[in-house]
Structures are given as structure tokens and as C-alpha cells.
Design a protein. Structure first.
Length: 396
């Protein structure tokens, strides 16, 4: 439940912020800078967050991260409701929000293996993936509808309260003992984490691919999609329907992911990524709302399959004591270009229009996805557990 609430709240904030800043200044470039801020902050501290999570208590790290996100959301809500909102202040609090995300994400990935037996990982990842993507879609849809009904300030206020509830739920968990490796310092922890991360060719290759894929997806879902619906459709309401289609797709994809057991998981996972630009393509062709929603459903379905296979493989192949650090390298590599993608998309949209911008998002997904198939380890890596690492059975 905490997982669901956290990701729902995380998805609501950018939608509220996108429409809030667009209403405040009318500039997609301003909105891009504000929305990119949490990713910039996450890039700056996520490695430290992963090392601290492996070194201390993942559960406590997540708890304090939730409280930090709550304070940022409530502060932004106050700014909008009081009429004091400015781009610099909103950017500052989005940076604080990003620090919370940076500590939460790698700790959450590591905490899962303390709560679940190895043989249940794929099923649990399918359930959590469904919760994660469903919550993101529901949060984005709810964010769009709430912005349309009560404005960005009240939307962020509701979001802030949701993080307080999530923090309380985190404390109620009873994970098994956390495996730790002794080291001299956090710097040494990071070096050991990098050694583990870089030893898996399939892992760093796909993270490199996703540095471009995520840049395109962040630009689209964080800014270009809302801007397109504002300019050419019915604004936040239609955007809510589109992300709802994505959410339903993730639910169906989650049910499907529970049943599959591919021998070559990353081969299938990467194939799913080719579907990611379908919503961009549908908008580029000025398709009716029903077609765009169907495209969003297919993207959600394929995104869920990818995510379940990715997290399950990561948890099987990576040494448990290194999980949060390796996850941090995964996250920082995947989101490294996201701020640039958001800012570039905002400038492209204002300067050249939706056609050039949407075409760019499609190219940034298709080309690196095709290239990653050239990596033998991606195509041929099996789902068998490595003898030197992988998830261990949960202590009881």
C-alpha cells in the first residue's frame, strides 16, 4: 500500500506542476525547468542514497525520504494557494522533492529482497510493477482531473498528505535482517557497487540505452503530452484519459507478467521497448482521443512486461548486499539525460512545434533500442541465477 501511495503521489506532482506553471507563466520552457529539477537533484545524490541504504537501514531511509517529499509537496501547495508561487521557489522545492526520490528508489529495490523469497520475486515484482505503474497512471490521471477541478495548490496539498500516510505504512513493515558488507567508508561502498554494476554487461548496456529512452519518455509524459493536450485537445481532462489508458495497460501487463518465464528475459524485455513511442506517434498523426488512449494502453502493457523482467533479473543476478548501490547506478544512468530531455523538449516545442518535438522523442527510443540488440549478453543472458550473487531466501 505504501508503494502504491508513494508512486501515485510522485506522479501527481509533475502534472500539477506542469499545468500550474503553464497557467502561471504560459511558458513550456519554464515548466520544463521546474519539472526537470527533481531529476537534477536525484542525479546529484542518488549514489549516496544507495550507499547509505546498503550501509544502514533501507526501511528507515525510505521513511525519512517520504517525510522529506511530504514537506516539499506541502510547501509548494502553500505557494500556489497563497498566490506566492514563482518559478524559482517552485524549482527549489522540486529539487528537495528530488532528493527524497533519490533516497527512496534504491532503498526500495533493496528492501524487496528482505521481504520476499527468491522463488516469489517475479510474481511480487509483477504485483509491485502493476502497483507502481498503475499508481503512476492513476496519480497522473487524478492529478490532471484535480488540477482541472480544484487547481494545482489543492492537488499538491492532497499529494503531501499521501506521503505522510506512506511514511507511516513503511514503519509497519517487518523485513528480514539486512545483509551488509563491511567497508571503510561510503566511498569504498560506492567503488564496490560500481565494480558489481560494471561486471554485468547486459545491465550497463541497457542502462546506457535507457539514458536516452528515459529522456524521451520524461519529456513526453512530463511536458509534451500535457502541452499537446492543452493546445490541441481538451487539456488536463483528455490527458487524464490518456494516462488512465496507460494505467489499465499496466494492470493487464502485470497479470500477463506473472505467467511468463522467458529463458532469455532481457531479449524479450528490450523488444517491449519498441512500443514505448506509440503515444507520441498517435499524437504526431493527430489521431482521435480513442486511438491515443489505445496506444497508451499498449505502452503501459509493454512497459509493465519490461519492468517486471528487469527488476526480477536484477534481483536474481546482483549480490544482495550490493542491491541498493547497484540500483542507484541503474537509476542515475537511466535518468542522467532526463533533465536535458525535458529542457530541450520545452525549447523545441516553443520554437519548432509539436511535430519536430514528437519526432525527436520517437527517434530517441527506437535507435538506442535497436542498437542494444547488438550486445550479445543482452540477447543471450539466461534467467539462471549467478553462482556468485543473486537473491537469497528470506530469513524468518
Amino acid at each position: 500500500m505504501s508503494y502504491l501511495i508513494t508512486y501515485m503521489g510522485t506522479a501527481m506532482a509533475p502534472i500539477a506542476m506542469a499545468f500550474g506553471v503553464l497557467d502561471l507563466t504560459g511558458s513550456t520552457a519554464d515548466a520544463a525547468f521546474v519539472i526537470a529539477a527533481p531529476t537534477v537533484a536525484a542525479i546529484g545524490v542518488i549514489l549516496i542514497g544507495g550507499a547509505i541504504a546498503d550501509r544502514t537501514s533501507r526501511q528507515k531511509v525510505i521513511f525519512y525520504a517520504e517525510l522529506l517529499a511530504m514537506s516539499a509537496q506541502l510547501s509548494m501547495a502553500f505557494l500556489f494557494l497563497s498566490g506566492l508561487a514563482t518559478v524559482p521557489w517552485l524549482t527549489f522545492f522540486m529539487l528537495i522533492n528530488g532528493i527524497g526520490i533519490a533516497f527512496n528508489a534504491p532503498a526500495s529495490t533493496g528492501l524487496i529482497i528482505q521481504l520476499v523469497d527468491r522463488e516469489d520475486l517475479q510474481t511480487v515484482n509483477a504485483i509491485l510493477g502493476t502497483a507502481r505503474h498503475g499508481a503512476i497512471a492513476i496519480g497522473a490521471a487524478l492529478g490532471g482531473l484535480l488540477v482541472a477541478w480544484v487547481g494545482p495548490g489543492m492537488t499538491l496539498l492532497i499529494d503531501g498528505v499521501s506521503f505522510a500516510i506512506s511514511a507511516a505504512l513503511i514503519l509497519s513493515l517487518k523485513p528480514s535482517a539486512q545483509l551488509k558488507e563491511k567497508s571503510e567508508s561510503i566511498i569504498q561502498d560506492l567503488k564496490l557497487g560500481w565494480k558489481e554494476f560494471s561486471s554485468h554487461t547486459w545491465l550497463w548496456s541497457i542502462v546506457l540505452q535507457f539514458s536516452l529512452v528515459v529522456a524521451a519518455l520524461e519529456a513526453f509524459f512530463g511536458l509534451i503530452g500535457p502541452a499537446f493536450t492543452r493546445d490541441y485537445m481538451a487539456g488536463a481532462t483528455h490527458w487524464g484519459f490518456i494516462v488512465s489508458g496507460f494505467g489499465i495497460g499496466t494492470l493487464v501487463g502485470g497479470l500477463f507478467a506473472i505467467k511468463i518465464n522467458p529463458r532469455y528475459p532481457m531479449r524479450l524485455a528490450v523488444m517491449m521497448v519498441f512500443a514505448f513511442p506509440l503515444v507520441s506517434l498517435a499524437m504526431l498523426l493527430r489521431s482521435p482521443l480513442e486511438v491515443i488512449v489505445l496506444a497508451a494502453f499498449l505502452v503501459g502493457f509493454c512497459d509493465q512486461i519490461f519492468s517486471v523482467l528487469w527488476y526480477t533479473t536484477l534481483q536474481i543476478k546482483v549480490a544482495p548486499a550490493m542491491m541498493s548501490r547497484v540500483s542507484a547506478y541503474d537509476h542515475i544512468g537511466s535518468i542522467a539525460l532526463a533533465p536535458l530531455g525535458l529542457v530541450a523538449a520545452g525549447l523545441l516545442y516553443e520554437g519548432y512545434g509539436y511535430q519536430t518535438t514528437l519526432t525527436a522523442t520517437i527517434i530517441l527510443v527506437v535507435i538506442p533500442t535497436a542498437l542494444v540488440f547488438l550486445v550479445k549478453d543482452v540477447r543471450n543472458m539466461t534467467n539462471e541465477e549467478d553462482s556468485r550473487g543473486g537473491a537469497t531466501t528470506r530469513k524468518t
